[in-house]
Design a protein around this ligand. Structure first.
Ligand SMILES: [Zn+2]
Ligand SMILES: [Zn+2]
Length: 96
Protein backbone atom coordinates (compact mmCIF):
# COMPACT_ATOMS: atom_id res chain seq x y z
CA UNK A 1 0.00 0.00 0.00
CA UNK A 2 1.24 3.43 -0.91
CA UNK A 3 0.38 5.95 1.74
CA UNK A 4 2.26 9.01 0.52
CA UNK A 5 -0.10 10.03 -2.25
CA UNK A 6 -2.43 12.27 -0.34
CA UNK A 7 -0.22 13.59 2.39
CA UNK A 8 -0.93 17.12 1.23
CA UNK A 9 -4.44 17.01 2.53
CA UNK A 10 -7.46 17.53 0.29
CA UNK A 11 -7.16 15.67 -2.96
CA UNK A 12 -6.36 17.81 -5.95
CA UNK A 13 -7.78 16.59 -9.19
CA UNK A 14 -6.01 17.20 -12.45
CA UNK A 15 -7.98 17.82 -15.59
CA UNK A 16 -6.14 17.38 -18.85
CA UNK A 17 -7.30 19.48 -21.79
CA UNK A 18 -8.04 17.10 -24.69
CA UNK A 19 -6.92 19.77 -27.17
CA UNK A 20 -3.54 20.89 -25.89
CA UNK A 21 -2.87 18.45 -23.02
CA UNK A 22 -2.48 21.29 -20.57
CA UNK A 23 -2.96 20.09 -17.05
CA UNK A 24 -5.53 22.10 -15.22
CA UNK A 25 -4.77 21.40 -11.61
CA UNK A 26 -7.12 22.83 -9.12
CA UNK A 27 -9.02 21.86 -6.10
CA UNK A 28 -12.36 21.23 -7.62
CA UNK A 29 -14.28 21.35 -4.43
CA UNK A 30 -16.94 23.37 -6.19
CA UNK A 31 -17.30 20.81 -8.96
CA UNK A 32 -19.83 18.13 -8.23
CA UNK A 33 -18.77 14.55 -8.89
CA UNK A 34 -20.78 12.44 -11.29
CA UNK A 35 -21.92 15.51 -13.14
CA UNK A 36 -21.02 15.94 -16.78
CA UNK A 37 -20.05 19.53 -17.39
CA UNK A 38 -17.87 21.70 -19.56
CA UNK A 39 -14.82 23.75 -18.71
CA UNK A 40 -12.73 26.26 -20.59
CA UNK A 41 -9.01 25.54 -20.99
CA UNK A 42 -6.82 27.83 -18.93
CA UNK A 43 -4.19 27.89 -21.66
CA UNK A 44 -4.88 31.21 -23.37
CA UNK A 45 -3.40 29.93 -26.63
CA UNK A 46 -5.91 27.11 -26.55
CA UNK A 47 -8.95 28.38 -24.67
CA UNK A 48 -11.05 25.53 -26.00
CA UNK A 49 -14.07 24.34 -24.18
CA UNK A 50 -14.25 20.67 -23.37
CA UNK A 51 -16.44 18.24 -21.51
CA UNK A 52 -15.30 16.61 -18.33
CA UNK A 53 -16.66 14.20 -15.80
CA UNK A 54 -15.55 13.34 -12.30
CA UNK A 55 -16.54 9.89 -11.14
CA UNK A 56 -15.95 8.46 -7.72
CA UNK A 57 -15.05 4.79 -7.71
CA UNK A 58 -17.33 2.67 -5.60
CA UNK A 59 -14.56 0.14 -5.11
CA UNK A 60 -11.55 2.17 -4.03
CA UNK A 61 -13.22 5.50 -3.30
CA UNK A 62 -10.81 7.47 -5.49
CA UNK A 63 -12.02 9.98 -8.02
CA UNK A 64 -11.23 9.67 -11.70
CA UNK A 65 -11.34 12.61 -14.07
CA UNK A 66 -12.26 12.18 -17.71
CA UNK A 67 -12.28 14.79 -20.44
CA UNK A 68 -13.57 14.85 -23.99
CA UNK A 69 -13.49 17.28 -26.89
CA UNK A 70 -17.19 16.78 -27.38
CA UNK A 71 -19.91 15.64 -25.06
CA UNK A 72 -19.61 11.87 -24.72
CA UNK A 73 -22.49 9.67 -25.67
CA UNK A 74 -24.03 7.26 -23.14
CA UNK A 75 -22.14 4.23 -24.58
CA UNK A 76 -18.83 6.01 -23.98
CA UNK A 77 -19.88 6.97 -20.49
CA UNK A 78 -20.77 3.40 -19.58
CA UNK A 79 -17.38 2.11 -20.70
CA UNK A 80 -15.41 4.18 -18.21
CA UNK A 81 -13.02 2.51 -15.81
CA UNK A 82 -11.48 3.76 -12.59
CA UNK A 83 -8.08 5.33 -13.27
CA UNK A 84 -6.79 4.04 -9.94
CA UNK A 85 -7.95 0.45 -9.59
CA UNK A 86 -9.46 -0.27 -13.00
CA UNK A 87 -12.91 -1.11 -11.74
CA UNK A 88 -15.77 -0.40 -14.10
CA UNK A 89 -17.56 2.85 -13.45
CA UNK A 90 -20.72 1.81 -15.19
CA UNK A 91 -23.03 2.16 -12.25
CA UNK A 92 -24.78 4.82 -14.18
CA UNK A 93 -26.78 6.85 -11.80
CA UNK A 94 -27.06 9.68 -14.25
CA UNK A 95 -29.69 12.21 -13.50
CA UNK A 96 -30.60 13.98 -16.64
ZN1 LIG B 1 -6.30 23.44 -23.97
ZN1 LIG C 1 -11.18 2.47 -8.15
Amino acid sequence: MVSLRYDRGPSVLTLICPYCSTQLADDFECLAPNHLDTLGCENTRCAQRFAYLIRECLKCGEESVFSWKVMPKPPEMSGLACQHCGAALNEADQET
